[in-house]
Write a protein that binds this ligand. Sequence first.
Ligand code: 23J
Ligand code: MN
Length: 259
Amino acid sequence: MQTSLLMQLLQALDDGQLKVVDLTTPLGPDTVVIDLPPIFASSPGVTITKISRYDSDGPGWYWNTINMGEHTGTHFDAPVHWITGKDLPQNTTDKIPPRKFIGPACVIDVSGDVSLFEDFLLTIERVEAWEASYGKVPAGAWVLLRTDWSKRKGRDAFLNVREDGAHSPGFHRTCSEWLAKERDVLGVGVETVGTDAGQAGTFDPPFPNHHFMHMNGKFGLASLVNLDQLPPTGAIVIAAPLKLVDGSGSPLRVLAITP
Ligand code: 23J
Ligand code: MN
């Protein structure tokens, strides 16, 4: 019997031909938030306070109030987040067309390089080498940078801040601009706290990945986990931010469906 595409998808999930991989880190008081230089305002950590828990404040129900910055934990960066994207159409979390919340994943594994050099930056040449093996990055894809950075446990190891600032991998400015313009990606996703390298505040322009991605209407995903469970190609990513009115981003659940 002919079943619909969507019913075939569910059947494949049930029989194990496809699986769901959770690319999201737990969101709670221990979630590590970016540490900008003290001259800039900082984003607060996560606080969760009880409204009631089957008690006199609500005898039959449990619920909490949550407080955090938009860019906390596994989160989405909208184009309006950066000044270069501030005047683009449909640049906020409530206005992005929902079709853009799902796309194919191109996973570039640079974990070996990063284990040797914390400040590793992805270059155009490196993506072209990946393309020689796996094919051209298609328009509308998420480029996910697998660094294994999410395996670093604890705030100090994860942020890796020294006297001269944070040290963590990212993208060379030319690569960010090329992925946005020449490959027309949906955006980039990373395992680090933000989509720019730790030292990117010192680059020209500062934070070049944010600068070029958001200038071109592209998105970011930060603090992803489990990228080591994805194939280089063949998975799809579902990343739908909260529909915050005028939002610059939001925490979200990021799911991959993999063969
Ligand atoms: C503000 C300023 C610099 C950076 C960031 C935010 C992020 O990484 C972010 O979460 O978008 S680098
Ligand atoms: Mn962000």
